[in-house]
Ligand binder design. Structure first.
Ligand SMILES: Cc1ncc(COP(=O)(O)O)c(C=O)c1O
Length: 374
């Protein structure tokens, strides 16, 4: 059977199966700001509109089924990331889940941090008065982490898998090695700039905890996120709570003790539901396929930018590459990029872009044309 080829007005031809067909992106816009916030798939947008109407229909019952909705999203998060549903906590964003976790850890714990990691990771350690050491991120950051763990013997290592300013990505294989080498070290991760770009299997990843917000690479809008906790950490957190009486009210009878900390009160079901819908969308597209696509484009972008000496040295010298790139042109060129229809953001010493499933090779070439205009 002949294959129909979809024509996009702003580009050459795209295969009908191209991910971009699931998004409404104006022809004169090159959307590269996923590290800021990602685009919601059209079908998920439609779901939101219908859900909002049905939810506030006075004759409807959705407002009485909030726990069911959150539990179904919990299952979807669990199935997407190969976790058990009792290891999943649905939170309004990464920061809430993470600071709730910190507040349940012994005050005597010491931490290892990465300098210039996202403020929601490092500042809560400082503001709570925990003892910590921190190291700079160089192109051999993995080796530096191993040395620092040996030297400082922290109880906990905290990291964003993909750094939000530089795009430096700490390899998943390294996390497994780190865990195997130091089994007692708790590893707490932030996957906000990572989840949605490739498959992730929580059960053998080596993390004791990892969380994320949904509005970037998970295409889910604001107000949703999650924290995944490993069995050993759950045990550690639950032990001091064993003697505390459990809530007796019927409305909390089904909550686990940790849910009373991570999921207190009512949740915004439109937001959580959006995460559930977008995860189902990502699953339907296949995270392996998405990974192949974004890595292919990211490789082209890295190569082109490297040829122009526009990559950060700690990125250029590494093999592991993420889909978040900080282009070393002056951040003052931000307005020029935006006027040319390149959606991006000034960060650190350059301009930050991200390449996701809805991007194309044309997007990279359009970006490079603007980069080269100086
Ligand atoms: C590395 C990283 N982690 C987490 C977040 C988001 O956390 P939150 O939604 O809690 O602000 C961001 C957002 O920019 C980020 O870049």
């Amino acid at each position: 059977m002949a294959t129909t080829i979809i024509k996009f007005s702003n580009s050459k031809t795209l295969h009908p199966m191209h991910f971009k067909q699931h998004f409404d992106i104006p022809a004169d816009l090159t959307y590269l700001n996923t590290p800021g916030n990602g685009i919601i798939p059209r079908q998920v947008h439609d779901w939101r509109r219908q859900r909002e109407v049905a939810f506030f229909d006075l004759k409807g019952s959705l407002r009485d089924q909030q726990a069911d909705l959150v539990n179904s999203v919990r299952q979807t998060i669990a199935s997407t990331f190969a976790a058990k549903s009792e290891q999943v906590f649905c939170t309004p964003n990464f920061s809430f889940g993470y600071s709730t976790l910190l507040d349940r850890l012994p005050r005597t714990y010491t931490f290892l941090l990465l300098n210039e990691d996202y403020p929601s990771l490092n500042y809560p350690i400082i503001s709570r008065g925990f003892a910590f050491h921190s190291i700079d991120i160089t192109h051999h950051v993995e080796e530096d982490i191993l040395q620092a763990v040996k030297k400082y013997k922290p109880d906990v290592f905290i990291l964003s898998l993909v750094q939000y300013i530089t795009g430096v990505k700490i390899g998943l294989d390294f996390i497994k090695t780190l865990k195997a080498t130091f089994p007692d070290l708790l590893i707490i991760g932030d996957g906000t700039q990572f989840f949605g770009t490739e498959p992730f299997t929580f059960q053998d990843a080596g993390f004791d905890a990892i969380g994320g917000s949904g509005y970037k690479w998970l295409l889910s809008g604001f107000g949703n996120g999650f924290m995944l906790l490993g069995d050993r950490l759950i045990e550690l957190l639950e032990t001091p709570l064993r003697d505390i009486p459990r809530p007796k009210e019927a409305m909390w009878a089904n909550k686990s003790i940790l849910q009373t900390f991570f999921e207190p009160g009512h949740q915004e079901t439109l937001s959580h539901g959006t995460l559930g819908q977008s995860l189902a969308f990502l699953q339907s597209q296949g995270l392996e396929n998405i990974q192949q696509h974004v890595q292919h484009l990211s490789l082209i972008a890295h190569e082109e930018l490297n040829n122009r000496a526009l990559l950060l040295p700690e990125v250029a010298l590494r093999e592991e590459r993420s889909t978040l790139i900080n282009i070393q042109v002056s951040p003052t060129r931000y307005a020029e990029f935006m006027e040319a229809g390149i959606s991006c953001f000034p960060r650190g010493t350059g301009i930050r872009i991200g390449i996701h499933l809805y991007n194309t090779e044309d997007d990279i070439h359009r970006l490079l044309r603007i980069v080269d205009q100086h």
